[in-house]
Unconditional design. Structure first.
Length: 93
């Protein structure tokens, strides 16, 4: 269940980052046809939106990275214990 939550959270983060990147790309295309003062206001607005989005994304990425790391090392530890038990059983037979 924890792995599923982690995967879904990562997918959502990737979607948010992609959406922000697409907005920047579209902004660059549209800036060519706009007057300079309006360009400055749009750039300021985009920078503010990206800054706010990055704060939200990094708030979620820290715990997600911690959870994934803990899950990985927990699984690695369990796998090591199982391999050790199997080796001992083979030696005893």
């Amino acid at each position: 269940m924890g792995l599923l939550f982690t995967a879904v959270s990562q997918i959502i983060s990737i979607c948010l980052i992609s959406f922000a990147s697409l907005g920047i790309f579209n902004l660059n295309i549209n800036l060519k046809a706009i007057e300079e003062q309006e360009v400055q206001s749009r750039v300021d607005k985009a920078a503010t939106l990206i800054n706010d989005s990055s704060k939200t994304i990094y708030t979620f990425l820290g715990p997600i990275a911690t959870a994934v790391t803990a899950f990985y090392f927990s699984g690695l530890g369990n796998s090591s214990k199982t391999n050790d038990e199997n080796s001992e059983n083979e030696k005893n037979e």
